[in-house]
Design a protein around this ligand. Structure first.
Ligand SMILES: Cc1ncc(C[n+]2csc(CCOP(=O)(O)OP(=O)(O)O)c2C)c(N)n1
Ligand code: SF4
Ligand code: SF4
Ligand code: SF4
Length: 894
């Protein structure tokens, strides 16, 4: 059925051949509660109507209906066969499902996964790459080369998970002389390439190889060493399936040819060299032609570098002689450690291992909730290099900790008595400050298996090693040799007690970084500029943080399956987080605030009504509690705890006829503890699509905190222009540079007069960032924080993203300021300009970034014009801000 509505009864009936005996209707939808899915119901209706009118040219057929392909589930020939097989049964299953294991109502049809109708002459290759390592791009390019350069047909499917990068991508490529109509993923392959050795430790990737298939592995090990490093099932498949096996050290070739860590051209060359789709020489010349086309505009140097990489690849690609028998005892590593909770072992681990489609329905929680704190079980091991701490050089500033986008470098301060059974290589030292008493110890520890190797921490570290000035107090080192020892050290570090939140002076960067992050190991890009802010909020406000998250990168790295980075503390409590829509997030969070306030008011009303049962003193203390700091909040929690105990007791011993009040108060008592509502999202949300709602919420006067993670483009969808995109920057939909000025969202909010507004950039001034976030939260009204967030979309060296932030501030383009209405109430100027601007020309910052630089190549004159105008924007805005900051309020009393 191509056109569903209007449903053409006659055309449908006339289409059915007279020989029809049975019909299976497949719906890619589900309509719970209905007699069947919509198309099935229509088909039954159509047949029955024609039957009752005696207009059927055939006997009344068997009709079955079923669901398929929901949640992007595969629909393969094997499943189609099972639908036909079902019809053959005397009593076929009706209202069936196909493609899932529905073991609750047993509605699913069984199928034989090995059933295949793929043509033998079709080349079927699977490529396992790391998000952002260029594998997908290179494969798309290979399809282009083959599709355009030959009369072969070509097809590509690319499977990613929702991690922003650093996760596995699998490219499924088919090529062949015959038309390719296989609209499903490859499950029998004659070429398998593993672009990252680490995947081979966990994924049984050769089980889908057919006899005689080829396996290509990127490994540091030589052709003579590699065999012994392979897991047993991999060796077995290579032998049993009589496979061919090739190795290359792609990172070595990339390093030697100036390609850095970009291995895409190298692995693509290997593929062409050994896949036999074309003769080797012909294939190499096709790749070179394609390089010229792709990189020609970027200059001869880049083209030559890629040519060198191609030539070097051929020299460094080796075939491995496969021994006659399996020698390995290594088994594939489980996706998560054996200490993981049951659900993580049973469900999460399977999804991580790429076997989620095999999970039976009964394994899933009935209400759809998933446990928190699960990224910690993934151990992605994606960093080739990780930071290593030099205890002697470190000045214990914790700047590395605040900057880390992934919460993988942490500091603790603790007492000697907390140390028991210290691992031999665990590092700690005397804590230099006396804030937490004398003789305290300090440790800085990296979770090397969760670290992304972004090196942002090393870049921000201010301590230089005087003996060797190129070194700092943390330095990047190869991960593999220290993985085991650091795994043990990390586990040890975690069990050292967390600091007592009441003792921490959260206004200081160093101290704030002793607070446990409750947002960890997210799937954001390595070095992401958004996540340090998100993590900081989780540290500062802990388990009383309630977050409404707009759709965008932050909702994806914040709430993707199978794991979530939002974490819990040792009491099992953590921030509450939810994502509604892109367009309604401000209203969504506003709703949280209204609900919290209502529950709080109701709880206080009830407290007053049942004061005599609870005790007047406790009731008064709870109602009048000062919850301005962690100490106050701690005491209120204690009071609420004793209130709950009393209420529980009253429930048992009698409530003086106030059972309703007691029960209700028990259900809402937690709202008596102060909550911190955060509405977060990107600039696409805040400046554009969610702006109407955001403005409405700002105008409400209610106590919400809005954090705009400003990457100046729609990052999650690939970098489209938003109203936050600056003049002269190239973005999607602004290919010749954004012609207009960036919207000044902050100043628009300032005009309300009762909104706390701040513009921050952690890379420029982390103390200012901290101060603004704390002030915004303390302000009893709406707050808006606009946070400069560097992003891969800017075309920068992500390891130095914090330097870009600093440069943006130094030019005056991104002035740091705070507008605090409370100061106005005190008769002071509410606007404080906190940075020094115009220290360098705007272009010196802008041309650190490809988003600006590329225009000088594609449209040089326009680039010059826009850059001039952008500089004028900076100066005029800066002067306006200076004028605001110099304003002296009149003394109204005089
Ligand atoms: C109404 C609507 N339009 C479009 C989308 C698709 N979409 C999802 S995320 C996103 C971009 C988000 O950009 P931004 O708010 O800047 O956040 P970032 O990804 O940069 O953090 C878009 C367009 C959507 N989810 N909803
Ligand atoms: S390298 Fe990146 S992810 Fe790893 S600890 Fe440093 S900042 Fe964190
Ligand atoms: S940034 Fe450098 S000096 Fe500061 S705590 Fe980290 S390693 Fe030590
Ligand atoms: S904001 Fe940019 S760097 Fe961060 S996760 Fe999104 S795309 Fe990656």
């Amino acid at each position: 059925v191509r056109l569903y509505r209007p449903f053409s009864l006659d055309q449908f009936i006339n289409t059915l051949p007279e020989s029809v005996k049975s019909i299976a209707v497949l719906d890619r939808t589900k309509e719970p509660g209905a007699l069947g899915e919509p198309l099935y119901v229509d088909v039954v209706n159509a047949i029955s109507e024609k039957f009752s009118q005696n207009e059927l040219k055939f006997s009344y057929p068997k009709i079955t209906g079923g669901r398929y392909g929901l949640s992007s589930k595969e629909f393969t020939p094997a499943m189609v066969k099972s639908v036909f097989d079902n019809l053959d049964n005397e009593k076929p299953k009706n209202r069936f499902t196909v493609g899932i294991n529905e073991d609750v109502t047993n509605s699913s049809l069984d199928f034989d996964p090995s059933f295949s109708v793929e043509a033998d002459e079709t080349f079927r290759g699977k490529f396992y790459g790391l998000g952002a390592d260029g594998t997908v791009g290179a494969n798309k390019n290979s399809i282009k080369i083959i599709g355009e350069g030959t009369d072969h047909n070509a097809q590509g499917y690319f499977v990613y998970d929702s991690k922003k990068s650093g996760s596995m991508t699998i490219s499924h490529l088919r090529f062949g002389p015959k038309p390719i109509r296989s609209t499903y993923l490859i499950n029998t392959a004659n070429f398998i390439a593993c672009h990252q050795n680490v995947f081979l430790e966990k994924i049984d990737m050769l089980n889908e190889a057919i006899e005689g298939a080829t396996f290509l592995l990127n490994t540091k090990l030589s052709k003579d060493e590699v065999w012994n490093s392979l897991p047993e099932p991999v060796q077995k498949d290579l032998i049993d399936k009589k496979m061919k096996f090739y190795v290359i050290d792609a990172y070595k070739v990339a390093g030697e040819t100036g390609m850095g860590v970009r291995i895409n051209t190298i692995m693509q060359t290997c593929f062409f060299a050994i896949s036999n789709i074309f003769p080797k020489e012909e294939a190499i010349s096709m790749i070179k032609d394609s390089i010229k086309k792709t990189y020609g505009v970027k200059g001869d140097k880049i083209v030559q570098m890629n040519f060198d990489a191609v030539d070097k690849t051929v020299e460094n690609l080796y075939e491995v002689a496969i021994p006659g028998k399996v020698t390995s005892t290594l088994q594939l590593q489980p996706a998560v450690s054996g200490n993981a909770p049951e659900f993580v072992m049973d469900v999460t681990a399977k999804i991580i291992a790429g076997k989620g489609d095999d999970l039976p329905v009964s394994k899933f929680p009935v209400d759809g909730t998933f446990p928190l704190s699960t990224t910690k079980w993934e151990k992605r091991n994606i960093a080739l290099e990780v930071p290593v701490w030099d205890v002697d050089v470190c000045i214990q500033c914790n700047k590395c900790v605040i900057a880390c986008p992934h919460a993988t470098i942490r500091a603790k301060v603790f007492e000697e008595k907390d140390l028991n059974g210290v691992p031999e290589t665990f590092k700690y030292t005397k804590f230099k400050a006396k804030d937490y008493g004398t003789d305290m110890l300090y440790s800085l520890q990296v979770a090397v298996e969760d670290c992304t190797g972004c090196a942002l921490c090393v870049d921000v570290c201010p301590a230089k090693n005087k003996k060797e000035t190129r070194l700092k107090a943390i330095n990047m080192r190869e991960q593999l040799p220290i993985r085991e020892q650091e795994r043990e050290n990390w586990d040890y570090f975690l069990q050292i007690p967390e600091i007592d939140r009441r003792k921490v002076n959260i206004a200081k960067v160093k101290d704030s970084q002793f607070l446990e992050p409750l947002f960890e190991f997210s799937g954001a890009c390595a070095g992401c500029g958004e996540t340090p802010y998100v993590k900081l909020v989780s540290q500062l406000f802990g388990d009383r943080t309630i977050i409404a998250n707009a759709t965008g990168c932050s909702s994806i790295y914040g709430g993707n399956l199978p794991t979530t980075p939002w974490a819990t503390d040792k009491n099992g409590r953590g921030p509450a987080w939810s994502n509604s829509l892109f367009e309604d997030n401000a209203e969504f969070g506003f709703g949280f605030r209204l609900a919290i306030d209502k529950h709080n008011a109701q709880a206080k009303d009830i407290l007053k009504r049942i004061s005599s049962e609870i005790g007047d003193d406790l009731v008064n203390e709870i109602i009048n509690a000062d919850q301005k700091d962690e100490g106050g909040i701690y005491e209120q929690r204690e009071r609420v705890e004793s209130l709950k105990q009393k209420l529980n007791k009253l429930e048992k011993t009698g409530t003086n006829g106030k059972t309703g009040d007691v029960k209700h108060l028990l259900s809402i008592a937690d709202y008596l503890v102060k909550k911190s509502v955060w509405i977060m999202g990107g600039d696409g949300w805040a400046y554009d699509i969610g702006y109407g709602g955001l403005d409405h919420v700002l105008a409400s006067g209610k106590n919400v905190n809005i954090l705009v993670l400003d990457t100046e483009v729609y990052s999650n969808t690939g970098g489209q222009m938003s109203k936050a995109t600056p003049r002269a920057a190239v973005a999607k939909f602004a290919a010749s540079g954004k012609p207009g000025k960036k919207k000044d969202l902050g100043m628009m909010a300032v005009t309300y007069g009762n909104v706390y507004v701040a513009k921050i950039a952690m890379g420029s001034n982390d103390t200012h960032t901290l101060k603004a976030i704390l002030e915004a939260e303390a302000f009893d009204g709406p707050s808006l924080i606009i946070a400069y967030s560097h992003c891969i979309a800017h075309g920068i060296n992500m390891a130095k993203g914090m330097q870009n932030q600093k440069a943006a501030v130094d030019t005056g383009y991104w002035p740091l300021y705070r507008y605090n209405p409370e100061l106005a109430d005190e008769g002071k100027n509410p606007f404080k300009l906190d940075s020094k601007g115009l220290k360098m020309p705007f272009k010196d910052y802008a041309y650190m970034e490809t988003r600006y630089k590329m225009l000088t190549k594609s449209h040089p004159q326009l680039a010059e014009k826009l850059m001039k105008e952008a500089q004028e924007d900076v100066v005029s805005t800066w002067k306006e801000y200076e004028r605001l900051a110099s304003y002296q309020p009149e003394n109204n009393e005089e």
